[in-house]
Design a protein. Structure first.
Length: 98
């Protein structure tokens, strides 16, 4: 019959092996979590950049609501291609049409 002290040492050795195994799994999972977090951050920054660029370019053929009359007019330059980047859109006045 094994001694109680020997049984406790075996139990402790198995517990240490389990701990080492789970610690290794945890480190691998933590690396995956860190990589996923990095992908989320890159996607968030890319999304913000895209929204910023699109906001800058949205001055071309942007619908503008008219306070009186209820019709919608698009801001377009004389060429009909829209406002060039950096150029201010014309101010709509009653009777100007599109």
């Amino acid at each position: 019959m094994p001694s109680v002290l020997g049984l406790m040492e075996q139990r402790e050795a198995r517990a240490r092996q389990d701990l080492e195994s789970w610690t290794e799994v945890l480190e691998q999972v933590q690396a995956e979590v860190d990589a996923a977090r990095e992908r989320v951050e890159r996607a968030r920054v890319g999304h913000e950049e895209l929204v910023s660029v699109l906001a800058e370019e949205s001055t071309v053929d942007t619908p503008v609501s008219v306070p009186s009359g209820g019709e919608v007019v698009t801001a377009a330059g004389a060429s009909g291609l829209g406002v060039v980047h950096g150029e201010r859109p014309p101010v709509w006045r009653s009777g100007m049409g599109e």
